[in-house]
Design a protein around this ligand. Structure first.
Ligand code: ADP
Ligand code: GLC
Length: 506
């Protein structure tokens, strides 16, 4: 089985959130299921710089208003196709946002061009014959990685999130031979609604601009297109799959999702257990395992030092690593910070995003020096240290398709304290009396998602912290929970098999 995965980010090359983690880690896990994945990415500067053994497999002059070529090669441990189109992607920094903080105005064209390239690969329009297979640079012999890709034809195209939602649409609307298609929804909050006037420029036929096509309330819906045209839809947890089919959780797409519920599956994400491994993590001052956890003490001291907190082994230390957005519910944490402080606990937070939230946490850190420590920004070594040194990790999201930080927390021995939504509900077992008696609890859940319920969860966590035996048992159990991609990769392989049956082969 050959799968072309297409996305706007992939760890370790470009990452703004969990999408990159998933796109970067799934290919290796799928290899065990005889699934061969190539990943198509935009030629951002970071991708171009890392690309090795690149071979040009296709080129065009007027591709979405500029010259473009498709390179095949390897980078970041992934077999790649890279759409090298400098007029679209040769820009520094964040993949979506200009240095002034606004979205790039041509994001519709930038991501439609990516999706269109996926469709070309899926149709077999790309290969040695198409462009003569010329090496795109690098020493002779380096072109090996690219060679393997020339003429490569996928059985399934797997598109992720709104940026690539048009890929299944292009393939379906072209009407000819095509592979099966899978669309994975990582976050319904980002829908890629773009002006209807772009229809022709985005290479969509006028006939597709209907409510049963790509039209969405007077605009072109790029996410909607993926949900409408893909043979199979997945999202990143079973609970989120159910939530998005309701008016409350569907963000305007619930009608379409209900209509397609027969082809919608929720598959809980895993994490890359090689990147996230406390036994080998070089970013930690000490390493440890579920069976030998003493190294955590050094990590806690290092974390307290890095975040300006008063060192202390017995102080309950809560950690947060998150985008600061409405989704993540961290305004609720600001609201009930007094409860956390009253219990003598500490808070270490790393994140960036909403200026109001950044300001709120920054002020709290100033007002409660030694008890609240905040790093504004994005820093992976600090994220690893935070998972290794915190006693508990807070994830009070209003909605959470899957969430990866609670999975990292389980693996690193930080007890997750989470709202009971989406993938948080599916991955953490609440330490209620029955779960404690049955010895299955791995964390603390709360509902509804309010400041009062979060305050209650903080109180329960503080009470559990007092019972050292119960705490360390729960911690060790969390560390032994399987959060790898092994199980989920098998589920994706099954979905690919179903999608392949929908391929059009003539
Ligand atoms: P989302 O994709 O909605 O942001 P996830 O929990 O799925 O949420 O994934 C977030 C990913 O980004 C995790 O790998 C987490 O460690 C990482 N991350 C989030 N914020 C930061 C930060 N400020 N610094 C470093 N890593 C971060
Ligand atoms: C999105 C979601 C997050 C999920 C991630 C990877 O960013 O917000 O819950 O874990 O995608 O699937």
């Amino acid at each position: 089985m050959r799968v072309l995965s297409v996305a706007s980010e992939a760890y370790p090359l470009v990452k703004t959130g969990g999408l990159a983690d998933v796109v970067g880690a799934l290919p290796a896990a799928l290899a065990a299921h005889e699934v061969e994945v190539r990943t198509l990415l935009p030629g951002y500067p970071a991708v171009m710089a890392a690309l090795q053994g690149a071979l040009t497999v296709w080129a065009a002059d007027g591709y979405f208003d500029g010259p473009a070529r498709l390179l095949a090669g390897r980078a970041g441990g992934l077999d790649l196709f890279v759409l090298d189109a400098p007029h679209l992607y040769a820009r520094p920094g964040n993949p979506y946002v200009a240095p002034d903080g606004a979205d790039w105005p041509d994001n519709p064209q930038r991501f439609a061009a990516l999706a269109y390239a996926a469709a070309l690969i899926g149709q077999g329009a790309v290969g040695r014959g198409a462009a003569g297979g010329t090496a795109a640079g690098g020493a002779a012999g380096e072109a090996e990685a690219g060679e393997a890709a020339a003429g490569w034809l996928p059985d399934v195209v797997h598109a992720h999130d709104w940026q690539t939602g048009l890929a299944p649409a292009y393939l379906a609307l072209a009407g000819g031979r095509r592979p099966g298609t899978v669309f994975t929804l990582h976050n319904l909050a980002f829908q890629g609604q773009v002006p209807a006037s772009l229809l022709a420029e985005l290479r969509l036929p006028a006939s597709a601009y209907t409510p049963d096509g790509v039209e969405y309330y007077g605009a072109i819906g790029m996410l909607k297109a993926g949900l409408r045209y893909a043979d199979r839809i997945t999202t990143v947890s079973p609970s989120y799959a159910a939530e998005i089919c309701t008016p409350e959780g569907g963000m305007g797409m619930d009608g379409l999702l209900r209509a397609r519920a027969g082809v919608l599956t929720g598959i809980l994400n895993g994490i890359d257990t090689a990147v996230w491994d406390p036994e080998t993590d070089a970013q930690l001052p000490a390493r440890y395992s579920a069976g030998a956890r003493s190294g955590r003490a050094a990590c806690k001291v290092a974390l307290q030092t890095r975040f300006g907190l008063t060192p202390g082994r017995t102080t309950l230390l809560f950690g947060v690593v998150s985008r600061l957005s409405d989704q993540k519910g961290l305004d609720l944490l600001l609201e009930c910070l007094p409860v956390l402080l009253e219990h003598g606990a500490q808070l270490a937070l790393i994140g960036s995003g909403d200026p109001g939230l950044q300001d709120g946490f920054f002020r709290s850190a100033r007002a409660h020096a030694g008890q609240v420590g905040v790093l504004l920004g994005y820093d992976e070594p600090s994220a690893h240290l935070l998972q290794a040194g915190s006693d508990a990790v807070l994830v009070p999201s209003r909605f959470e398709p899957c969430g990866l930080t609670q999975l990292c927390a389980l693996r690193y021995g930080a007890v997750p304290v989470v709202s009971r939504v989406g993938g948080l509900a599916d991955s953490i077992i609440d330490a209620n009396a029955a779960a404690l008696a049955a010895c299955v609890a791995t964390g603390v859940q709360f509902a509804p998602v309010t400041a009062a319920a979060l305050a209650g969860a903080i109180r329960r966590t503080a009470a559990l912290w007092q019972d050292r035996r119960a705490w360390v048992t729960m911690q060790a159990r969390g560390m032994r929970t399987d959060v790898s991609w092994a199980g989920p990769a098998g589920a994706y392989a099954g979905v690919y098999e179903e999608a392949r049956k929908q391929a059009v082969l003539f």
